[in-house]
Ligand binder design. Structure first.
Ligand code: FAD
Ligand code: NAG
Ligand code: NAG
Ligand code: NAG
Ligand code: NAG
Length: 549
């Protein structure tokens, strides 16, 4: 077995030279067997098995044990079999119970892009399906896990390297934002990323990514200078404005449909301390908070340094229903004028705002514990006070009803604004595929998300049913008011929502063309079946939940 590692050590230099010298589009004559043999991979197990792939069933993964064995033969230390402690700690590293409950045939944790490339090619030979996990914060089962398949852990891509000129930072997809902020702030820098430090870099960025600084600089994906990507034929390529620009465009919101990103080169910004924290209120403050939230969205161009999330939670405790604003301002200034309307709302029940570092903010934000059952849905509309009031009231009606029938269920509803200033920043780097630029004239937009947390599986049907009820009512109401916007944010979308269709017909068509170019045999659609694919929702029920599509 050691011999294989030695051979591999030499042979693995091959893909890098391909990247420089050869085309990045997969040739029609590409033969995965030959590519693997060239890299010195022992395919004897596969040959002995005399695979009959046409006999493969639809739902089972009969060839995955063979893929796991071949991975173990080649990369023994990186392949975790069922029953091993590494396998179990990998499963325990997901945020939601739905994902942590999934049992893959084995877990593969590559330490280099070359090893990842071998795994993708092996999946093509065996037709064994797989999923890839960065931070593991996506909520629904199969988003970054796969029952009976091969789950790929991207955790070892954990580099954080600041460029000498401090203009960019290379961040491996295996990092969580907390580690990134802690490292870069030592150099007086920040990169755009998640507000909760426990979120992974990979999923957040490839799905779009909303940061504290999105009003100033656009979304997280808009601030990627280049991606290092492993493509469907195992090539390791750079995607940037000058190298494979179509792939660069697709990766800025197109999700896991084009390749696996191992490194993100982010623009870096000088940043000192900020002002921010959480402030809580009781129901008498709700109308004033909705107004203040609306005005902040409207006025964001005058000072895009401020951001907030307004959320409503049915605590189910003696506290009852509460609202919380997560306020932030990207200078160390207590209650800047743009946020004064919030400070004027009386009777806050708690207030943790202070002048703090980004890493202190992102650590304090991480209040949603792992280990629960979680479900999230998203909706976008034009920002409107009457609609937000209706949403808040309807949500507490449904949430209260469910709480009276169950225990340990915590429904929450959040409002964020997609501001004019933020959308304008999406036109940098020849735009992203999200399609929001077409809605600029209607901005600010309201992005609603409902996130429910519960612990007892016996309430699954009740909670999921109530969430759908609220979602359907929301979409019908928005359509009735003429303010529905056909955009579904990937990072908050439910498995019943079709995300890519909501980017608009042109963007979807372009994304499919780019996928066909870099992945002509649809590896990322067929062999990596989880999450938001190019055609349809993860669980396709037609257009039932998307009122206007
Ligand atoms: C409490 C909480 C707070 C949140 N805060 C924010 C926030 O501030 N801003 C925001 O925008 N979103 C936020 N989100 C949503 C978050 O962006 C998504 O859950 C995101 O998918 C998490 O990324 P991950 O890497 O942790 O997830 P994972 O589950 O590991 O990955 C999600 C999907 O992305 C794919 N993927 C991951 N890495 C790569 C890669 N390198 N190349 C290709 N595909 C990849 C995976 O295969 C999977 O399909 C929050 C979510 C929660 C639950
Ligand atoms: C791919 O290469 C292998 C090994 O050389 C060969 O046996 C196989 O027939 C080739 N497959 C195709 C489709 O050409
Ligand atoms: C492969 O399996 C299919 C379906 O079971 C069968 O029809 C076919 O004859 C098999 N081919 C070989 C070469 O065994
Ligand atoms: C929160 O506390 C700060 C003092 O630290 C105060 O200035 C502010 O008005 C309070 N309320 C809000 C909504 O920020
Ligand atoms: C943030 O900083 C404050 C004050 O400096 C400290 O009390 C608090 O514990 C810190 N929070 C985190 C999560 O580090």
């Amino acid at each position: 077995m050691q011999a294989w590692f030695q051979i591999l050590g030499l042979a693995l230099l091959i893909p890098l030279s391909w990247a420089q010298d050869q085309q990045t589009v997969e040739p029609t004559s590409f033969n995965a067997t030959e590519a693997l043999l060239e890299q010195g991979i022992d395919l004897s197990l596969l040959e002995q098995a005399n695979l009959n792939l046409t006999a493969r069933g639809e739902s089972a993964h009969p060839t995955c044990p063979l893929m796991c064995k071949t991975l173990a033969l080649t990369f023994n230390a990186q392949t975790y079999q069922q029953g091993s402690s590494q396998y179990e700690s990998f499963r325990a590293s997901y945020w939601s119970v739905q994902q942590a409950s999934v049992e893959p045939q084995c877990v593969f944790e590559p330490t280099s892009a070359q090893q990842l490339s071998v795994a993708i090619l092996l999946s093509r030979l065996t037709q064994c399906q797989w999923a890839a996990k960065s931070g593991g914060h996506a909520a629904f089962a199969s988003a970054s896990s796969i029952e009976d398949g091969v789950s790929i852990s991207l955790a070892k891509f954990n580099q954080i390297n600041i460029a000498k000129d401090k203009q960019t930072v290379d961040v491996g997809t295996g990092n969580k934002w907390q580690a990134v902020y802690e490292k870069v702030e030592q150099s007086g820098l920040v990169v755009l990323g998640g507000r909760d430090g426990d979120i992974g870099v990979g999923g957040l960025t490839t799905g779009g990514g909303i940061s504290l600084f999105s009003g100033q600089y656009g979304w997280v994906c808009d601030n990627v200078v280049s991606f290092t990507v492993v493509t469907a034929w195992g090539l390791i390529v750079e995607a940037s404005a000058t190298s494979n620009p179509d792939l660069y465009w697709a990766l800025r919101g197109g999700g896991n449909n084009f390749g696996l990103v191992t490194n993100f080169k982010f623009r870096a910004f000088p940043m000192g301390k900020i002002w921010g924290g959480a402030v809580g209120w009781l129901p008498d403050a709700f109308p004033a908070l909705i107004k203040a939230f609306y005005n902040l969205g409207k006025n964001s161009e005058t000072d895009p340094k401020a951001a907030t999330i307004l959320s409503f939670s049915a605590t189910g405790s003696a506290l009852g229903n509460i609202a919380q604003t997560l306020l932030s301002y990207s200078l160390p200034q207590v209650v800047p004028p743009i946020l004064a309307e919030f400070a004027a709302v009386p009777n806050a029940i708690y207030n943790t705002t202070s002048i703090r570092s980004i890493s202190n903010y992102s650590e304090g934000f991480a209040t949603w514990p792992a280990g629960s059952r979680d479900e999230i849905w998203t909706h976008t509309s034009v920002m409107n006070v009457d609609f937000m009031t209706w949403l808040q009231e309807t949500f507490f009606d449904i949430g209260g009803r469910v709480q009276s029938e169950t225990s340990g269920v915590r429904p929450s509803l959040s409002f964020q604004s997609i501001t004019k200033a933020g959308i304008q920043k999406m036109s940098q780097n020849s735009r992203n595929p999200l399609g929001l630029i077409d809605d600029l004239a209607s901005a600010p937009l309201l992005m609603m998300s409902q996130a429910w947390i519960w612990t007892d599986a016996q309430y699954d049907a009740t909670v999921i049913g109530a969430m759908r009820e609220f979602q359907q009512k929301t979409e019908a109401k928005a359509v009735e008011m003429g303010i529905h916007v056909d955009y579904r944010y990937m990072n908050y979308a439910n498995e019943y929502q079709d995300v890519i269709a909501s980017y608009g017909q042109d963007n979807k068509r372009k994304l499919k063309e780019i996928a066909a170019k870099y992945d002509p045999t649809a590896v990322f659609q067929r062999l990596q079946p989880g999450y938001f694919k190019l055609d349809g929702a993860p669980i396709d029920t037609g257009s039932y939940f998307d009122a206007t599509s």
